[in-house]
Design a protein around this ligand. Sequence first.
Ligand code: AKG
Ligand code: MN
Length: 149
Amino acid sequence: MVDSPRLSCWIGDPGASYVYSRVRFEPRPWPQALAALRPRIDAAAGVAMNSVLANLYRDGRDAMGWHSDDEPELGPRPVIASLSLGGTRRFAFRHRHDPARKHAIDLPHGSLLLMAGDTQAEWKHALPRTARPVPARINLTFRRILPSP
Ligand SMILES: O=C(O)CCC(=O)C(=O)O
Ligand SMILES: [Mn+2]
């Protein structure tokens, strides 16, 4: 159990375990709805995903702080496909070495954001809290965990 301002679940193929914020997650098996989505995500991303981190943001107080998805098991230039469902939330980027460089994008229901290339190496991202009333939101980040050596 980890205290965090959202509810999270790690899903994936057997062995696609993942260390996130120093906690190791062993994946739960794919539920049918996500197994059905997977080939469409793979086609859009051009990568065979083997796992997905599901996050539920119950309201505007739930959030995710600044981070990069740069864990070694993702490899140096990971492709991460982020599917958003439910309430629109703002997603923010900040350059790692030049925090004055910032971008933000609203992620509406049904949107698929692809992060690729040097995005994780050069940028951090966050899902800030908001004081506006917002409906619940689910975010699914499909990832490819590389086999451990
Ligand atoms: O909820 C989001 O849009 C971002 C989620 C995220 O950055 C992550 O799961 O690593
Ligand atoms: Mn992330």
